[in-house]
Ligand binder design. Structure first.
Ligand SMILES: Nc1nc2c(ncn2[C@@H]2O[C@H](COP(=O)(O)OP(=O)(O)OP(=O)(O)O)[C@@H](O)[C@H]2O)c(=O)[nH]1
Ligand SMILES: [Mg+2]
Length: 381
């Protein structure tokens, strides 16, 4: 079915493309949505517009999120995790934010372009990761409030300029400067020591500008100097080399789990996963999903996750061995224990002469069969 859009729609669309201010853009998108005839032929377009509207709304909120308190900046966390981009001036931090998100930071060849934090949301599959672009860190200067932002982030990406002749010195300066602020860039996150206040931030080095001539030699130097301590990933944010790979790399580096929830009787929700740290327990997942679990004074609220956690997730090795030993003579996979053997009568001339034990192969078909045959049984006997 054709969309049959009226001319006012195209006129609004043109204004949308030309608008610079996100708030103006949002207003025009609402206008376009109102103008658009609502029928099957515009279903997809309507969905696209809605997606654009919600994305823009988020972005506008995002901008508000980097708030100033006195001479401090603080970036409220959003999305699955917050990743902070730090590094020397001109390394391409802002360019990386621009390449990976919809944010529009100022990118320029002169140093000290960025003077306040700016964030953008990087979509990856069904989640959003918040990236925070920050002002430069140099041997002579670092904004003092940047230390707070680095401490608060979930993960640090240190961006270095692989095209720069001073790459190594610039990189060393960042480590040193942060040390002055009691922040150590390390392969693993550690607790901040309450006695000395030293923070251990998990860090990955991003070698940018892989399109420039010094790339290979600088990358070797970088690997030699830091490769033993920290992971190194390289890209050209400007030429978009390795940028898609970087998105997956960032996702993997976050070490998060996506948990999909399912309401009884409905399909699982694959659009909006609950995000947990790798290694989280089922009870933690339950707490994330429902506040009742977090404030459970009722035993039932924690009973179910605790049960699954104990019996469904952790495997008792001795019992496991026994199960394997018991099913071995049957010559079937152990999980088929969930399948009830089927007792089938063998008849001869209308008489039962034997019984045969079958192990149905198809788990789903078997469950449906049980449901059909036994669902009349009462829930409580
Ligand atoms: N050749 C090349 N140039 C790049 C690349 N990424 C960024 N640049 C250029 O490097 C310069 C600095 O980029 P920015 O993103 O502004 O650098 P920054 O790290 O944010 O700098 P500050 O805001 O001063 O800290 C700009 O001229 C960019 O166009 C790249 O991958 N390759
Ligand atoms: Mg910048």
């Amino acid at each position: 079915m054709p969309a049959n859009l009226p001319p006012q729609y195209f006129e609004a669309e043109k204004r949308y493309r030309e608008a610079k201010d996100p708030k103006d853009k949002l207003k025009i998108l609402h206008e376009m949505f109102a103008i658009m005839p609502k029928h099957k032929g515009t279903d997809k377009l309507q969905a696209d517009l809605k997606a654009k509207i919600s994305k823009l709304k988020k972005e506008i909120q995002q901008k508000k999120k980097a708030t100033r308190r006195g001479d401090q900046y603080f970036v409220e966390k959003q999305g699955a995790a917050q990743v902070v981009l730090i590094g020397p001036s001109n390394a391409g931090k802002s360019q990386i934010l621009a390449s990976l998100t919809n944010a529009t930071p100022e990118v320029a060849a002169y140093p000290y372009t960025t003077s306040r934090p700016l964030c953008g949301m990087m979509p990856f599959e069904n989640i959003q990761v918040q990236l925070v672009d920050t002002p430069p860190i140099g041997a002579e200067f670092m904004e003092p409030w940047l230390a707070g932002i680095v401490r608060n982030a979930d993960l640090v990406y240190l961006v270095v300029d692989l095209g720069s002749e001073a790459m190594l010195q610039e990189t060393q300066a960042v480590f040193r400067k942060l040390e002055e602020y009691k922040i150590l860039l390390e392969p693993e996150e550690g607790e901040t020591n309450p006695l000395d206040g030293i923070a251990h931030k998990r860090t990955i080095i991003l070698g940018n500008k892989s399109d420039l001539p010094l790339f290979q030699s600088n990358l070797s130097i970088l690997k030699e100097s830091y490769g033993q301590r920290l992971p190194i990933f390289h890209l050209s944010a400007k030429e978009k080399v390795n940028t898609e790979e970087l998105k997956r790399y960032i996702f993997d580096s976050l070490k998060i789990l996506r948990v999909y929830t399912k309401t009884p009787g409905k399909k699982a929700d694959f659009d909006d996963p609950v995000i947990l740290k790798m290694g989280s327990t089922l009870l933690e997942a339950a707490k994330e999903i429902h506040k009742d679990f977090a404030t459970a004074d009722d035993d039932r609220a924690i009973l179910l996750p605790a049960l699954v956690e104990t019996y469904g997730v952790k495997v008792d090795q001795a019992i496991h061995e026994e199960v394997l030993a018991r099913v071995a003579p049957l010559n079937i996979a152990p999980y088929k224990g969930f399948i009830q053997p089927r007792v089938v009568a063998v008849e001869e001339n209308g008489e039962i002469v034997d019984v045969r034990i079958e192990h149905p192969e198809d788990f789903v078909a078997h469950m449906l069969e049980l449901d059909k045959r036994y669902s009349f049984l009462p829930l409580n006997n």
